[in-house]
Every structure is written in structure tokens, then in C-alpha cells.
Design a protein around this ligand. Structure first.
Ligand code: PLP
Length: 387
């Protein structure tokens, strides 16, 4: 059976976790601080703040830029539901706009039309690791004085060409960038998240909010030769990452360039082979983007049934997933009046994700391609018979 994804973790992560446990300090402490410094340095951000997952990162980011009850935040419906949920966690309303014609990211042209007097922020998603058209988004946001948050849950290691240089996603182009270290992403800490920003006051706010609004961390108090009495200037949360997770994250970060390089080779191999296969089209990477290919999403031609393809692939020992979900089509968002989002809806219903992971061998990938070729021939034959 070929799975859809596989975390790339082994002995070095296990040893690092073991060292953290044996150190006697397992909650947020020196490993978290070191992981933050290394992550900030890797992406080129002034500050990085580790949290429990990307959902809590997005919540703190939205609160940080001032999103409050009654506000609207422009975002995509075509994303994992956490993107929309975090807007509601602030008491605000997500305003869903459609995706681009040739990809799965927000359509900058749709943002302007969605603005109202209560628009408070723009939350864009680098979907499946593919960078958004940030210059267009930043221009619009700048013209309206709106903060931009990047949901980079899937985009660790992806790059964007801007200002005549390749920049890593995480170098804050807008205000805050949020990452996930869930095992379905490119690097993992089991569960985990990170916020990067260049704005020191935002970073300070994240640090306060993630640990109960407490002015001094327990690690600082523990190591202080003087008695330290903490204070609680704001109402906070417990959104901390543990030192066990951070020690794993530090090992994962070392592997990230190698993981992305292998994923890009595999994606290129898929795209070359799929160009010859009728019934399916490969994803498009703009020339200004270098995706980490967190997911490799292919579009099925009209008349080819998504579920039939997924079942036939599973019958041949290959796991697939349907395209990215749309929040506005779920019961949880039925109360929000959303205009039709034809591209988002078509993307969900006519795309499938193919297996892709750094340890995948060329032989495994060939098996996926053969299964897909057989499947498409089978589904087309069935379609011709029923027509
Ligand atoms: C996975 C994901 C999230 C949530 O990340 P967690 O770390 O699981 O909370 C948010 N947004 C997007 C786009 C995602 O893919």
C-alpha cells in the first residue's frame, strides 16, 4: 500500500526527544527558544514564536492585528477548515472569495470586491505549499491599510521570487506568517505551530498570550537567582509548545532543505509523466514560485468521476485524497451567505491528491503512475459504455 504521505522522522528525532526528556525540563523552555531562533534564521524573520499548532498560531495572529467581534476577514473557503475557524474564534466573520483560475490560491482580483467598511484583515493561504501572488495581495492591502496574515501551514521550505531574490515563505511580507508542524505537513513535531513576524510588539504579544498572559515564563523564574513575581496584564491562553516537540523540530529543520529538494524532484517527475497522460492535468507552478509540494494535486478532466478514480486507485494499492475542502460547503458555515465560488467548488470535486513523500522511491512513484494510467483507462471505458 502506498500512503498519501509519510513523515520523515527517524533515530535523530527519537534521540533528540529522549535527550529532552532526560534533561528534566519537558515543557516550554530552552529547546523551544533554540527552535525559535533557528526557525527565524532559516526563513529570514526577525522573530519566531512557537505554539501548540497552526490553528492557535492563526488565532494569535488575528488577535494580534486587532481582529475583534463584528469585524470581517477576507480569506478563501478553499482551505482546511481551521483557516475559517480561527476567524470565528475571534468573533469575526470570514468573507470567502474564490481562487485563481490556474491554481488553488486566493484570486487577488476577488479581494478588492469583497472589501467593506468592517474589513479588518486579509488572511491568505499558501495552499499545499504553493506561494500566493504576494506582490498583488500586498499592493491591495497597502492601498486599504489592511494587515496581511499568511497561513503557511503547508509552506515550510517553499520560496517566492520577489524584490529580485528568492525569499523563503516565513520572511514576513505582510504582518504575520503561521506554520504547522502536523505530521501531514512537510516537517513535523507531532503537533506544533510557529508565528513569524518582523514587528517586535506583535511578537511580544504572542509570547504573552500563549502562556496565560503571564509576564514571566516558568523557565525564566526557574533559572533566576532572584525571586521573580509574575503579573498577568492580559487574558491569555495555554498555546505552548513543549521542549520535547521543539527538540524534534530542531532535527526536522536540519532536514528541511533535503526534504524539499527530493519532493521537488518527485513533483517534476510526476509533471513530466502526467503531461503524456490524457484525462488528467498536472498542477502549475508559476515561474516566480518554488513550492515544497506539500501536496501534489491533479485535475481530472470533465466526465471523469473523482470517487471512481479514488476507489480504483485504492483497489490498486495507492491512497489518494480528494481536492482541498471548502468551508462554505460545510454545515458549520451554512449560516454565512456566500456567493457561488465556482473555481473553489470545481477544485474540490474534480481534483485528487497523489502520494508524495521524501522517502518515496522512483519505483513507488512508477507504481502510482501505472495505477493512475490503468484507472483512467478503466474509468473512460466505463464512461463510454454508459454513454
Ligand atoms: C493543516 C492546516 C492548518 C491547521 O494546522 P494545525 O497545526 O493542524 O492546527 C491550517 N491551515 C491550513 C491551510 C492547513 O493546511
Amino acid at each position: 500500500m502506498i500512503p498519501i504521505a509519510k513523515p520523515f522522522i527517524n533515530r535523530s528525532e527519537a534521540d533528540a526527544a529522549s535527550r529532552a526528556v532526560l534533561s528534566g525540563w519537558v515543557s516550554q523552555g530552552p529547546q523551544v527558544a533554540a527552535f525559535e531562533a533557528e526557525f527565524a534564521n532559516f526563513v529570514g524573520a526577525a522573530h519566531a514564536c512557537a505554539v501548540s499548532n497552526c490553528t492557535t498560531a492563526l488565532h494569535l495572529a488575528l488577535l494580534g492585528v486587532g481582529v475583534s467581534p463584528g469585524d470581517e476577514v477576507i480569506t478563501v473557503s478553499h482551505s482546511f477548515i481551521a483557516t475559517a475557524n480561527t476567524i470565528r474564534q475571534c468573533g469575526a466573520t470570514p468573507v470567502f472569495v474564490d481562487i485563481e483560475r490556474d491554481g488553488y490560491n486566493i484570486d487577488p482580483a476577488a479581494i478588492a470586491a469583497a472589501m467593506t467598511p468592517v474589513t479588518r484583515a486579509i488572511l491568505v493561504v499558501h495552499q499545499m505549499g504553493m506561494p500566493c501572488d504576494m506582490p498583488a495581495i500586498l499592493k491591495l492591502a497597502g492601498a486599504h491599510g489592511l494587515p496581511v496574515i499568511e497561513d503557511a501551514a503547508c509552506a515550510a521550505g517553499s520560496e517566492l521570487r520577489m524584490r529580485n531574490a528568492w525569499l523563503r515563505i516565513g520572511r514576513p511580507l505582510g504582518d504575520v506568517v503561521c506554520f504547522s508542524f502536523h505530521p501531514r505537513k512537510v516537517i513535523t513535531t507531532g503537533e506544533g505551530g510557529m508565528l513569524t513576524t518582523n514587528r517586535v510588539e506583535l511578537d511580544a504579544g504572542f509570547r504573552l498570550a500563549r502562556q496565560h498572559g503571564m509576564s514571566v515564563s516558568d523557565a525564566v523564574r526557574h533559572n533566576s537567582p532572584q525571586v521573580v513575581i509574575e503579573s498577568y496584564p492580559v487574558t491569555g491562553f495555554n498555546y505552548r509548545m513543549t521542549d520535547i516537540q521543539a527538540s524534534i523540530g530542531r532535527e526536522q529543520l536540519k532536514r528541511l532543505p533535503g526534504i524539499v529538494s527530493r519532493r521537488r524532484t518527485l513533483a517534476e517527475r510526476y509533471s513530466t509523466r502526467l503531461a503524456l497522460l490524457p484525462g488528467v492535468s498536472a498542477p502549475v507552478e508559476p515561474r516566480w514560485a518554488r513550492s515544497n509540494w506539500q501536496s501534489y494535486c491533479v485535475r481530472l478532466s470533465d466526465g471523469i468521476d473523482q470517487l471512481d478514480v479514488m476507489q480504483a486507485m485504492l483497489d490498486r494499492g495507492v491512497a489518494t485524497r480528494r481536492g482541498i475542502m471548502n468551508a462554505h460547503q460545510e454545515a458549520a458555515y451554512a449560516d454565512i451567505v456566500t456567493p457561488p465560488l465556482p473555481r473553489s467548488e470545481a477544485a474540490r470535486d474534480h481534483s485528487i491528491l497523489l502520494p508524495l513523500y521524501a522517502q518515496m522511491t522512483d519505483e513507488e512513484q512508477d507504481k502510482v503512475l501505472s495505477a493512475l494510467e490503468e484507472t483512467l483507462a478503466l474509468v473512460r471505458r466505463r464512461g463510454a459504455q454508459s454513454a
